[in-house]
Ligand binder design. Structure first.
Ligand SMILES: Nc1nc2c(c(=O)[nH]1)N[C@H]1C(S)=C(S)[C@@H](COP(=O)(O)OP(=O)(O)OC[C@H]3O[C@@H](n4cnc5c(=O)[nH]c(N)nc54)[C@H](O)[C@@H]3O)O[C@H]1N2
Ligand SMILES: Nc1nc2c(c(=O)[nH]1)N[C@H]1C(S)=C(S)[C@@H](COP(=O)(O)OP(=O)(O)OC[C@H]3O[C@@H](n4cnc5c(=O)[nH]c(N)nc54)[C@H](O)[C@@H]3O)O[C@H]1N2
Ligand code: SF4
Ligand SMILES: [Mo]
Length: 726
């Protein structure tokens, strides 16, 4: 598909009322004008309004300083455990998420070819009617299952799910299989909990396996780790790249990609062979303590050395140091654990190491299962139960992937089923707060899937790539302009509230989904009059007013009864280092070594990984973040570059079985010689992004789709590329 229009033409056709570019001007005057009429600056809130950040999914608490209807500064809310009074650079730049001159401020309907960027303005009435009519047509012709829904974690997601389950589709794509399927599945199978929380108060030894906490930030955990290091805790960090986290570590281990599980299995071997584990805890709570020595027998440090490239003496010593720290040793579960199809085994080994140290759920131990269930303890509007859905899921869960939790799904497989039309053809796609064109591997294939659709609609705040290829764009109000459902963190429920009036015609997702629900004849699933009424219903059991929560930013939840007893929600009620469930599904019951694919001659592992200044695929157009971001270049080891006759800043062609990109080279010592690395989130296709368009290239153009058969996770480091000078 070709994009033939210039930005100016696009705006003309789109009919948007945006004035000249505002770079350097910081807050555009039209914003003040549009917002002046709002009443947010009254004496009661003194111009500082508590709310929540949405620049990433960590959702820190913020305090917005508002002057004359404009937000002028965002600061961390000291009362929120995720921010503790601090916002990361992305959070502080959230101003330009709202004041981005490229915001879509009115519903748009496509008038040109898909991907051409020709849209016309529409009223909400017209746009919503058109979306409802198309979706209902598809349902009538092909069944509800022909509509695919997809969305990435956000606070209005329960209402999005209402829409899809009430509509009757089983096809739901989330970011999860691109992100944490391996970790969650492994911890569910081993402990019966999704993700244990971490405590850094007394931690003495921390093992991070590709968890780049200093750049892939969760403000609170990143600062807890910093404090632990300052206090003298030892950090051992495994990553083929020298990241900012590596620079803070006592030991950086540039492990060969895909071989972490060999390293970890050898650690387990050392610990169980030499009986260094917390025996009391293990005997009482672990299934598999009898057989583990034998099961781990062949995974010696010498064996692991040949696979990982890490000397056996180093592995041996690290295992002993880990064991010596007992329940103050933390093997971090990781977050984006979508690296290789053996990443599930890496996570199983991490889960096992934590069981051996006895840190799990023991008083003073650094892992705990105390994770609040989303929305637990809050009220909710009543609604009917969902219709029974008998159609197979296109993502293969559970018929192809029996152990993938229904909630996690396999998004890349769903995309592939759209392309092949097997086991049936999907015809429509409803997307919200997600940019699958960049987030899914193999962008060519994602565009092919889009090409199969009769109808695509997207809820977003800017003309991101996915909006660019959509038929209707429904503009959400930005996170500083809207309400969302309450968010429980720790013992408090926090509110997101508008700190300024929405610009243009942006509306909250709570409003948009209700409008669509009513048009589908499913109004019973959306029994609230407006956003405030929804939140009032949430607050009802707590007996506190919305006004009080708006003022303070949160309310304390009633105290939960805390059971002192340690229980695990597994079939045996214990920690399943040995898992019958895995065995019964035809997989190894023990954590085990699975040889991953490796690059051929002249090929490199292509690594991905977050940078501190950007979030995923949605912030590159933010003017402030753009200003403080490095130009994305392909990292290559200096020695490798020299061998290939390449120099810093050379323009190179990078080729994989999925595609080709052109990008400048960054020759650096900070990466293994057999790897290259590219910052994700660049190479946007949308010309509606005046800042981000034309910057860098997309690693999604190169990524080959590989799915782990156990967890359904995508293997993002399993793409091998060649590099040559142009
Ligand atoms: N600034 C910022 N912070 C973020 C985000 C963001 O976009 N920007 N996103 C948030 C989200 S959704 C997530 S999931 C987390 C992700 O946070 P992390 O889990 O830390 O994930 P990444 O940064 O994607 O990748 C981490 C590292 O894995 C390394 N790696 C790749 N393959 C291998 C391998 O085989 N073995 C080992 N040991 N390492 C490997 C890469 O070199 C990279 O440095 O960050 C969250 N925080
Ligand atoms: N190559 C590569 N691929 C990856 C990764 C990687 O590191 N490299 N990481 C993987 C991981 S860990 C994850 S979590 C996924 C994330 O990838 P996605 O699931 O696509 O999530 P985001 O990139 O956060 O989605 C951003 C979209 O939300 C829109 N948006 C922002 N704010 C709002 C709002 O307030 N309302 C609405 N309606 N829309 C909004 C943005 O404009 C953008 O279009 O990608 C995965 N894919
Ligand atoms: S970590 Fe940063 S971007 Fe994410 S919610 Fe917190 S302040 Fe916002
Ligand atoms: Mo993620």
């Amino acid at each position: 598909m070709t994009n033939t229009l210039s930005r100016r033409d696009f705006l003309k056709v789109g009919g948007a009322t945006i004035g000249a570019a505002v770079l350097g001007q910081f807050i555009p005057p039209w914003v003040a004008e549009a917002a002046r009429a709002n009443g947010m600056l009254d004496a009661t809130n003194s111009g500082t309004i508590p709310s929540m950040c949405e620049m990433c999914v960590w959702r820190c608490g913020l305090l917005a300083k508002v002057e004359e209807g404009r937000v002028v500064k965002l600061e961390g809310n000291p009362d929120h455990p995720h921010s503790n009074g601090k916002l990361c650079p992305r959070g502080q730049s959230g101003l330009m998420n709202t004041y981005d001159p490229d915001r879509v401020l009115t519903p748009l309907i496509r008038v040109g070819k898909r991907g051409e960027g020709l849209f016309r303005k529409a009223s909400w009435e017209e746009a919503l009617d058109l979306v409802a009519q198309n979706m209902l047509d598809i349902k009538q012709k092909y069944g509800a299952e022909a509509m695919v829904f997809s969305s990435t974690h956000n606070l209005s997601q329960p209402l999005f799910e209402n829409l899809l389950y009430a509509f009757g589709s089983p096809n739901y794509g989330t970011q999860r299989s691109l992100c944490f399927n391996a970790m969650i599945t492994a911890f569910l199978l081993t402990y019966g909990i999704e993700e244990p929380s971490r405590k850094y108060d007394d931690v003495e030894f921390i093992l991070l396996v590709g968890r780049n906490l200093m750049e892939a930030i969760s403000t609170s955990e990143t600062s807890e780790l910093s404090h632990a290091i300052d206090r003298g805790a030892k950090l051992v960090y495994l990553d083929p790249r020298y990241t900012k986290t590596a620079s803070k570590a006592a030991e950086w281990i540039p492990i060969r990609p895909g071989t972490d599980s060999a390293f970890l299995l050898a650690m387990i071997n050392v610990i169980v062979t030499n009986e260094l584990a917390d025996c009391e805890f293990v005997k009482q709570y672990v299934v598999g303590c009898d057989g583990i020595k034998v099961a781990m027998l062949s995974y010696t440090p010498e064996w692991a050395e040949s696979i990982t490239g890490v000397p056996a003496v180093t592995i041996n010593r690290i295992a002993r140091e880990y064991a010596a720290a007992k329940h103050n040793a933390l093997a971090h579960p990781g977050w984006r654990t979508s690296n290789f199809i053996n990443s599930f085994q890496t996570e199983r080994a991490i889960a096992t190491l934590n069981a051996l140290s006895g840190n799990v759920l023991t008083p003073g131990g650094c892992l705990s299962a105390d994770v609040a269930a989303e929305g637990a303890g809050l009220g909710a509007p009543s609604q009917p139960s969902y219709p029974r859905v008998s159609a197979m899921r296109l993502d293969g869960v559970p018929w192809k992937y029996p152990l993938v939790p229904l909630k996690l799904g396999v998004f890349q497989e769903l995309r592939d089923a759209i392309v092949t039309g097997e086991p049936y053809q999907a015809h429509g796609w409803f997307i919200s707060r997600q940019n699958p064109i960049l987030a899914l591997p193999d962008r060519g294939r994602t565009l092919e899937a889009f090409g199969k659709m009769d109808f695509i609609t997207t809820v977003d705040i800017i003309m991101n790539d996915t909006s660019w290829f959509s038929d209707v764009i429904l503009p959400e109000a930005s996170y500083l302009e809207r309400y969302d459902p309450l968010n429980i963190v720790g013992d408090k429920a926090f509110i997101r509230q508008p700190v300024i009036e929405p610009q243009g015609d942006g509306k909250s997702a709570l409003w948009i989904y209700k409008q669509l629900g009513e048009r589908f004849g499913l109004g019973d699933y959306f029994q609230y009059t407006d956003e405030e009424d929804y939140i009032r219903q949430q607050l009802k059991p707590l007996g506190i007013s919305l006004e009080a929560v708006k003022e303070k930013g949160y309310t304390v939840m009633p105290e939960k009864e805390n059971s002192r007893e340690i229980t695990f929600n597994t079939p045996s009620g214990k920690i399943e280092v040995y898992s019958e469930t895995l065995k019964n599904s035809g997989f190894s019951p023990w954590p085990t070594w699975e040889e991953p694919l490796a690059p051929g001659q002249n090929e490199f592992y292509l690594l991905t990984g977050k940078v501190a200044q950007q979030t995923q695929f949605g912030t590159q157009n933010n003017q402030l973040l753009h200003k403080y971001s490095d130009e994305p270049r392909l990292w290559m080891n200096v020695a490798t570059a020299k061998n290939l006759g390449l120099a810093d800043n050379d323009l190179v062609e990078v080729t994989s079985p999925a595609g080709k990109i052109h990008i400048k080279l960054e020759a650096t010592q900070a990466i293994r010689p057999d790897c290259v690395y590219l910052t994700p989130g660049y190479g946007h296709l949308s010309k509606g992004l005046t800042v981000a368009y034309g910057v860098g290239a997309s690693d999604s153009d190169l990524h080959v789709t590989y799915t782990d058969p156990i967890s359904g996770g995508q293997a993002l480091s399993q793409t091998f590329v060649t590099v040559k000078k142009i």
